[in-house]
Design a protein around this ligand. Sequence first.
Ligand SMILES: NC(=O)c1ccc[n+]([C@@H]2O[C@H](COP(=O)([O-])OP(=O)(O)OC[C@H]3O[C@@H](n4cnc5c(N)ncnc54)[C@H](O)[C@@H]3O)[C@@H](O)[C@H]2O)c1
Length: 334
Amino acid sequence: MRIGLIGTGRIGSFHAGVLARHPEVASLVVTDMDPARAGQAAARTGATAVASAEAVLAAGVDAVVITSATAAHAELIGRAARAGLPAFCEKPIALDLAGTLGALREVERAGSVLQLGFMRRFDAGYAAARTAVRGGALGRLHTVRSATSDPAPPPAAYLPLSGGLFRDCLVHDFDILRWVTGREVTEVYATGSDAGPAMFREAGDVDTAAALLTLDDNTLATATATRCNGAGYDVRMELAGDRDQIAVGLDDRTPLTSAEPQGPPAPAEPWPGFLERFAPAYEAELDAFLGVVRGERANPCDGREALHALRVAEACERSRAERRPVRLTEIPGA
Ligand SMILES: NC(=O)c1ccc[n+]([C@@H]2O[C@H](COP(=O)([O-])OP(=O)(O)OC[C@H]3O[C@@H](n4cnc5c(N)ncnc54)[C@H](O)[C@@H]3O)[C@@H](O)[C@H]2O)c1
């Protein structure tokens, strides 16, 4: 297969490496708004760098991987759909609901494939949690605690193009909450803090956020995120039922130190970031995408799935701004 990749920043250059090593990928064509970045990624992976997204779409590729800044996703999804090309796009689809719905309409009109990059669906721990919850091993689920803690803020230039902490970061927690539990969020109450580095206040964003989510069977969930977790990269989910409780992301690299004299030792090598923690999941999601392109497997995360997670993020932003609980019925879905 010949694959095109648009956007060779942090995640794009990582995905380019994964694709270049994949046995099904015969050639890779990459581009970036910053030609030097595209050139570096091409030199590292043996890909061909071209000058623009149009050049990628016109390069005879079988599919496109969109890893540009979020602000460009919707337009690039539309272009791939109009070119009749299957697309994998990093989350989220767009910075807002209107952009998301517009991109989905383009994909549905063209009848093309769009897979979204919610890689936690390919992580072994989350998959085991899904099996435990759905198989009844925990009994009646009553509480879920989901947390995403980045070790340090992204570059300041990333923030205005990111959509904010709920859409950019917590959207992963909202997607995986649905995927693990099989339940829909019906109401949210969310808040955020910009007490950390000034760049968050300047971008109108928050560095730390918390949301209380009610699911449609009245299970309660919390989702928290921060960009300022000095201990390391910590992505976890705890699920408690009336029979048992389990934790995803709790291992000897979890950046968490017990305060108890008899507690487990502090991690020798705490997870430094998402690329290390989720490397196998990123590989598995792209392998799945290539299977979807070949027509050999069903799409594991289509645009409508991604829309659900974004609607929860939108409800959280509204809740934070208006300081009140927001029901999901208030957020348009079509
Ligand atoms: N799934 C995950 O775990 C994960 C992790 C990180 C980032 N992401 C997502 O991936 C996307 C990129 O994030 P990043 O951290 O790599 O950001 P980044 O800023 O490092 O890279 C983005 C790149 O896109 C390029 N770009 C922007 N607009 C473009 C356009 N129209 N055409 C071509 N190139 C364009 C920029 O020049 C830059 O090199 C974001 O949507 C982000 O939400 C997902």
